[in-house]
Design a protein around this ligand. Structure first.
Ligand code: CP
Length: 320
């Protein structure tokens, strides 16, 4: 379980890469302590009163954008959502000019999702406010990894563990196009878990074993053997420019998580998915909706708490 305490020193949350075990733990502890606000009848605290949060999502989102908005509003921040399709970005205004103009309105935090890997780092170099990466290309999705780690932490007792040390986690499917996989590998291994990447060679990044501190498996049955956490990834067809799989039907046959395949994992294993799910492709409905094994909606609920923690640490909480 989470136990350590430290201070938060960073101005931005750009990625999981470079975060220490203590920093990740602090963010998870903060989320765990803030989440009771989400269970109250009146879901509001004054913690971020007078602070301004701008959400700007250049890619579609349901979970991340909604939960950042709820997180800010439940802590009394003023939250502005900007949709590029109805902003002057649609008239050709550059990202740089868009953001410099938003900066002129003096926000405290900008939360950005962008198709270009590195876009949040670019903004952090040029803007004065705090920047949160809500997903950049195939690169990182740090708040997703934090909410995934919080969900796993909640389930450690049922997995018979006191910490992440030695916990076996299989991240399965389209690793190549997944920022969720990258952030989770970095975060989970920092906390001490043993991570496996499981998927077809065509959906693994180049030199995957050198690039990631994880063991790679190209057969689903082998990769799942004995793991306690099964994290399925969405097949990201919108990021595929070539033929990475013979067909969706064949992908499902060899790589879809079915109840039968899940029997390879530990009997108590939990099933995760960052969403949105392709039901019947990477995961069967029977597994996704299995209330004993699936923690997919718990991940979504924890997303609000984690985003409250991030906003609090970046613009409300004590700095070291
Ligand atoms: N997991 C995730 O990022 O979902 P959204 O794309 O709906 O935000």
């Amino acid at each position: 379980m989470i136990s350590q305490q430290t201070q938060w020193h960073r101005k931005h949350l750009l990625g999981i890469e470079g975060l220490s075990r203590e920093e990740i733990t602090l963010m998870l502890e903060t989320a765990a302590s803030l989440r009771e606000v989400n269970r109250r009848e009146i879901k509001k605290v004054p913690t971020l009163r007078g602070k301004t949060v701008i959400n700007i999502f250049f890619e579609n989102s349901t979970r991340t954008r909604t939960s950042f908005e709820l997180a800010g509003k439940r802590m009394s921040a003023d939250v502005i959502n900007i949709s590029p399709s109805t902003s002057s970005a649609a008239k050709g205004e550059s990202l740089f000019d868009t953001m410099k103009n938003l900066q002129a309105m003096n926000p405290d935090v900008v939360v950005i999702r962008h198709a270009q890997s590195g876009a949040p780092w670019f903004l952090a170099r040029h803007l004065d406010c705090a920047i949160v990466n809500a997903g950049d290309g195939r690169h990182e999705h740090p708040t997703q990894a934090l909410l995934d780690m919080l969900t796993i932490d909640d389930n450690l007792p049922r997995l018979g563990r006191e910490s992440f040390d030695g916990l076996k986690v299989a991240i399965c499917g389209d690793v190549m196009h997944s920022r969720v996989a990258r952030s989770n590998v970095l975060g989970l291994t920092t906390l001490g878990a043993e991570v496996r990447l499981v998927g077809p060679p065509t959906l693994m990044p180049p030199a995957v074993e050198e690039a990631f501190p994880a063991k790679v498996f190209h057969r689903m049955e082998e990769g799942l053997e004995g793991v306690q956490v099964v994290m399925m990834l969405r097949l990201q067809r919108e990021r595929m420019e070539g033929a990475f799989i013979p067909s969706v039907r064949e992908y499902c046959t060899f790589w879809g998580l079915t109840r039968d395949r899940l029997r390879r994992a530990a009997p108590e294993a939990i099933v995760m998915h960052p969403g949105p799910m392709n039901r019947g492709v990477e995961i069967s409905s029977e597994v996704a909706d299995d209330v004993e094994r699936s923690v997919i909606l718990d991940q979504v609920a924890n997303g609000v708490a984690v985003r409250m923690a991030v906003l609090y640490r970046l613009c409300g909480g004590p700095k070291g």
